[in-house]
Design a protein around this ligand. Structure first.
Ligand SMILES: Cc1cc2nc3c(=O)[nH]c(=O)nc-3n(C[C@H](O)[C@H](O)[C@H](O)COP(=O)(O)OP(=O)(O)OC[C@H]3O[C@@H](n4cnc5c(N)ncnc54)[C@H](O)[C@@H]3O)c2cc1C
Length: 487
């Protein structure tokens, strides 16, 4: 089946065997396998190039001068194109049509596209988990992922003297990337205490490849004499036109300063949250993960969601790193091929992928157990957040307004707080502030949810459009009648 332009629907209509949203490691792995078996596959990504976060392509000038930092990503993309996958980069999938199965997208030139398929694969990845603090709006304060992009894709540094803070293993490779570019990493403030001998940590011995990766980061950080301050969080950032110093506090007493360090950049992130807005809009069942507070799609081992025509793979299905993302993409491809009954997947291949997926998921569970659960961290950080801290930057809503509104609402409902304060209603749709808003709401409603996982954090509902689109796109998709006006 091929794409066609329909005068009746005002927009290109694409009908395929499989439509994949997200051209990162998970989506690419699924696409390559499905197309090589003869299925008609379209992959869409809002970015101008395929690759996603991990295989993001370096800028051409950087590639010419420094080479490709992740050549395996380039090879996977080439494989996808060679297999005949229709690649629609610069295409944002921003909603679902009223029929509940047609995806609504538009390209860089704002041309609307409707896509239908027998199988939808959502490989929409993750976004960084942030938590505000006084001074987080200052220039020079970013997330670790942004610093990593600048370093890996553009060979550009975020600053000369940097502190990384937050929690999770991602802080380590980011610090190493910065060091390679000559940045002085003044320290890593980790909210938990994962780097200490423990019986649990011994479990990593069962994953030698991952352990080697970790050991290489540790060795590079030790050579560069980077201190790691455990059980430490950011209290505030100060500076006039740009961040010039960071004050850190003990994680257990986040209002008490323990040290101030001079820097010209600060990167703070608490790991990643699955991007599930499209899955939720398609009506796929989600569960709230007690440890993270995130909405995680309910899927089987192959990534099949509660709707049989939808698969959720990669980090959209749960945070697990690039290797797990690829294994999940392949597992979904195998399941689709089995259902299509066109090509038999060799038993050895299916077993290899399934066992890799299980092994990587065990490793993720082990890693997660070494770092503090985000929901528990939030329960400590949210009550300590100063009243005038800007929480929702899109709509300029401060901590106190959220607390007061939540305290005044009958049941501390997250969505009611959003409606009253507008927190989470801006262009990012709560991706930046949602975690903190949920924590603030819970901090004034301590008894809510007791017995249902004390650390539970709710998420904002998914709304159409999932990202801002021009009004003209909405009107064009609505059809010619909507553009005539009332006259
Ligand atoms: C900012 C950031 C930086 C990261 N950097 C690293 C790193 O350096 N090293 C590392 O090991 N891990 C990194 N990660 C973790 C990393 O995401 C994964 O391990 C891996 O890339 C997951 O693969 P994926 O295919 O599931 O998702 P991703 O690689 O995130 O790919 C998802 C793709 O879906 C696209 N997409 C999402 N929603 C839509 C939509 N509605 N319409 C169209 N396209 C859409 C996105 O543009 C993206 O290209 C990073 C994560 C983030 C959020």
């Amino acid at each position: 089946m091929t794409a066609e332009r329909s005068a009746a629907t005002y927009g290109e209509v694409v009908e395929r065997d499989v439509v994949i949203v997200g051209g990162g490691p998970a989506g690419l792995s699924a696409a390559a396998r499905l197309a090589s078996a003869g299925l008609a596959v379209t992959i869409l990504d809002e970015q101008p190039e395929l690759g996603g976060q991990y295989y993001r392509r370096p800028a051409p000038a950087v590639a010419r001068h420094w080479g490709d930092h992740r050549p395996e990503g380039g090879r996977l993309i080439a494989q996808v194109r060679a297999a005949g996958v229709e690649c629609r980069t610069g295409h944002l999938v921003w909603g679902v049509d009223d029929d509940g199965r047609t995806l609504l997208a538009s390209d860089d030139a704002e041309h609307p596209v409707r896509l239908r398929a027998r199988h939808l694969v959502l490989a929409t990845g993750a976004f960084e988990r942030v938590f505000p603090f006084p001074g987080w709006q200052l220039p020079g304060v970013t997330t670790p992922g942004f610093a990593q992009h600048l370093a890996a894709s553009d060979h550009t540094t975020i600053g000369d003297r940097v502190i990384l803070a937050g929690s999770g293993p991602f802080l380590l490779p980011v610090a190493c990337s910065l060091i390679e570019l000559g940045v002085r990493v003044a320290g890593i403030a980790e909210a938990g205490r994962p780097y200490r001998p423990s019986l649990r940590a011994l479990g990593t011995l069962g994953h030698p490849a991952r352990l080697r990766e970790l050991a290489s980061y540790a060795a590079r950080l030790a050579r560069a004499r980077v201190p790691i301050w455990q059980e430490t969080v950011v209290l505030r950032a100060d500076g006039r036109d740009r961040v010039s110093s960071v004050t850190l506090a003990a994680a257990a007493r986040p209002t008490r300063p323990v040290r101030t360090v001079e820097v010209d950049a600060l990167c703070v992130g608490y790991g990643f949250r699955p991007q599930t807005d499209l899955a939720r809009m398609l009506g796929c069942e989600v569960r709230i993960d007690v440890a993270s507070g995130d909405a995680v799609p309910v899927t089987d081992a192959a990534g099949r969601a509660s709707r049989a025509d939808v698969y959720v793979v990669g980090e959209a299905a749960g945070i697990g790193g690039v290797h797990a993302a690829k294994a999940r993409g392949l597992a979904a491809a195998h399941d689709i091929l089995a259902r299509e009954a066109r090509v038999a997947v060799p038993v050895s291949e299916a077993r290899r992928v399934a066992s890799a997926r299980r092994r990587l998921e065990r490793f993720t569970a082990l890693t997660d157990s070494l770092y503090p659960g985000p929901a528990a961290l939030l329960a400590t950080l949210a009550p300590a957040l100063p009243a005038d801290t800007m929480v929702c930057r899109c709509e300029a809503v401060r901590a106190e307004e959220i607390r007061t509104t939540a305290a005044g609402s009958a049941d501390g409902d997250l969505n009611a707080t959003k409606a009253w304060t507008r927190a989470g209603m801006g262009p990012c749709q709560g991706r930046e502030c949602g975690f903190a808003v949920a924590g603030l709401v819970r901090s004034v409603m301590p008894r809510r949810g007791a017995g249902d996982g004390e650390s539970r954090v709710e998420v904002f509902p998914s709304r159409l459009p999932v990202r801002p689109v021009p009004l003209a796109t909405l009107l064009e998709l609505a059809g010619p009648e909507s553009q005539k006006g009332d006259a």
